[in-house]
Design a protein around this ligand. Structure first.
Ligand SMILES: Nc1nc2c(ncn2[C@@H]2O[C@H](COP(=O)(O)OP(=O)(O)OP(=O)(O)O)[C@@H](O)[C@H]2O)c(=O)[nH]1
Ligand SMILES: [Mg+2]
Length: 205
C-alpha cells in the first residue's frame, strides 16, 4: 500500500527530467547560449561572454521550467570533436542545433554536420529545435531564410522548429524552450526512453 501511494505521489508531484543535447559546429554559440539559459531560468547568473572558451569536454546545465527539469549537454563543435556527439544520442530526449546565422560561409559545414547527426539511428524521433543564432548581429539571416537555405530533407516525419535567437541578448530563448518542453512531453521518444528506464505510469482509471 505504501509503495502504491508513494508511486502515485511521485507520479503526480515529481518533475519529469529531460536530457537535451546542444550541438552545432564550433563557434555557433552553444556554450554562450547555455550560459544565457542559466541566467534566464536559474537563480545563479551564467558565465559572462568573455569567460567562455571553446569547449573540449562536456558542459552541463540544469534548469527547471514549469513541470519539467531539463539537463542540457553542450559538446564541442570543432571538427575533431564531432565524433563524440553520437555517444550522447541514445539518452537524449531532444536536440537543439545552433547555427551562426551571421556567418553564411559556414552554413554548408553546419548543414552537413546536422544531416549526419539526423541520419544516426540513435536520434530517431528526437524533436529538433534549430536556432538561427546571433540575431543581435546586423547581418544575421532570419530563421525562414536559414530554413530555405538548409533545405533539409527527411525532416517531415520529425517534429522540428526553426527559431531566431541570440545567446547575447536572449531573444527567442523562452519561446524555444517552452516549445521544446511541450513537444518532449508529448513525444513518442520520451515514452520509449521512459519505458527503457523502467518507468511505469500509474493507470488513470
Ligand atoms: N554576437 C554574438 N556573438 C555570440 C553569440 N553567441 C556566441 N557568440 C560569440 O561567438 C563565439 C563562440 O561562442 P561559443 O559559445 O564559445 O561557441 P560554441 O558553439 O560553444 O563553440 P565550441 O565550444 O568551440 O563548439 C564567442 O566569441 C562568443 O562570444 C551571440 O548570440 N551573438
Ligand atoms: Mg562551447
Amino acid at each position: 500500500m505504501f509503495s502504491l501511494m508513494h508511486g502515485l505521489w511521485t507520479y503526480m508531484f515529481s518533475k519529469t527530467e529531460f536530457h537535451v543535447l546542444i550541438l552545432g559546429i564550433d563557434k555557433a554559440g552553444k556554450t554562450t547560449f547555455l550560459e544565457k539559459l542559466k541566467t534566464i531560468y536559474s537563480i545563479s547568473e551564467g558565465l559572462p561572454h568573455d569567460r567562455i572558451v571553446p569547449t573540449v569536454g562536456l558542459n552541463i546545465g540544469r534548469i527547471e521550467v514549469a513541470n519539467a527539469k531539463i539537463v542540457f549537454w553542450d559538446l564541442g563543435g570543432q571538427p575533431g570533436l564531432r565524433s563524440i556527439w553520437e555517444k550522447y544520442y541514445e539518452e537524449a530526449h531532444a536536440l537543439i542545433y545552433l547555427i551562426d546565422a551571421a556567418c553564411p560561409s559556414r552554413f554548408e559545414d553546419s548543414k552537413s554536420a546536422l544531416e549526419k547527426a539526423l541520419r544516426h539511428e540513435d536520434l530517431q524521433g528526437a524533436p529538433l529545435l534549430i536556432l538561427a543564432n546571433k540575431q543581435d548581429l546586423p547581418n544575421a539571416v532570419s530563421a525562414e531564410e536559414l530554413d530555405r537555405y538548409l533545405d533539409l530533407k527527411k525532416l517531415d516525419e520529425r517534429v522540428y522548429m526553426f527559431e531566431a535567437a541570440s545567446g547575447y541578448d536572449g531573444r527567442g530563448i523562452k519561446e524555444s524552450i517552452e516549445w521544446l518542453v511541450g513537444v518532449m512531453e508529448r513525444s513518442k521518444r520520451t515514452e520509449t526512453l521512459r519505458a527503457r528506464a523502467g518507468y511505469v505510469p500509474v493507470p488513470t482509471s
